[in-house]
Design a protein around this ligand. Structure first.
Ligand code: C5P
Length: 225
């Protein structure tokens, strides 16, 4: 960890385009990248694999503290691989079931606490682009650059639908919209680290905007600061 490395925090609800935008911004800036959602998904997945009761805060927090999560660049320009305790779980953590498990365990304060240091460790020179829900509010409150990405629920469901279909997964738009609305409500209403923009975040509504347009608006936050 290096407290002086600059951080660009990109927060927002699921499907707002954070992953794509954060990756593009990190590539452009030459900074490291933290996909904090993948960490919550990995712990949701690992807890499920161990047959833990997802509402058992102590058991899941223990799992969060002891599970090894590695992010590996495949080196061929493909997606970052997510390795959980030595096993490649990249595809497994992207299912809607894993997303729902992530959202459930993310509501447990003990689990969030157990994952703080894992996330802080990503802050290294020359800088970090941190993608999540509470990057600018809780994990990196001193981040120099903070963006909150939003989009309408209908557009976010449609984006997710296209992504999952492209991966050959069998999903319906209606069920995705329902899932997204449920997850938004849970993420926004939980008592610990609820989803909300930091007071000093630049809020960008990405509804109807192209990826390059949004990337440019995010990079402008870094460059004009
Ligand atoms: O961003 P992604 O959809 O991968 O995140 C999965 C879930 O993990 C979210 O719905 C949210 O409940 C949780 N999460 C969180 N805090 C973060 C990142 C993700 O609570 N910083």
């Amino acid at each position: 960890m290096n407290d002086s490395a600059p951080v660009l925090a990109i927060d927002g609800p699921s499907g707002a385009g954070k992953g794509t935008i954060a990756r593009a911004a990190a590539d452009w800036l030459g900074w490291h990248m933290l996909d904090s959602g993948a960490i919550y998904r990995a712990i949701g997945h690992a807890s499920g694999a161990k047959d833990l009761d997802l509402s058992d805060a102590e058991a899941v927090a223990r799992c969060a503290a002891t599970t090894r999560i590695e992010f590996r660049d495949p080196g061929d320009g493909g997606d970052t691989r997510v390795i959980i305790d030595g096993e490649d779980a990249t595809d497994a953590i992207r299912t809607e079931t894993a997303g729902a498990a992530a959202s459930a365990i993310a509501a447990l304060p003990e689990v969030r606490k157990a994952l703080v240091d894992k996330q802080l460790a990503f802050r290294r020179p020359p800088g970090l682009v941190a993608d999540g829900r509470d990057m600018g509010t809780v994990i990196f409150p001193d981040a120099a650059f903070k963006v909150f990405l939003t989009a309408s629920a209908a557009e976010r469901a449609e984006r997710r639908y296209k992504q999952l279909k492209a991966k050959g997964l069998d999903v319906t738009l209606a069920s995705l919209l329902h899932e997204i609305e449920l997850r938004d409500a849970r993420d926004a209403s939980r008592t610990v680290a609820p989803l909300r923009p930091a007071a000093d975040a630049v809020v960008i509504d990405t509804t109807g905007q192209t990826i390059p347009t949004v990337v440019n608006r995010v990079l402008a936050v870094v460059q004009t600061a």
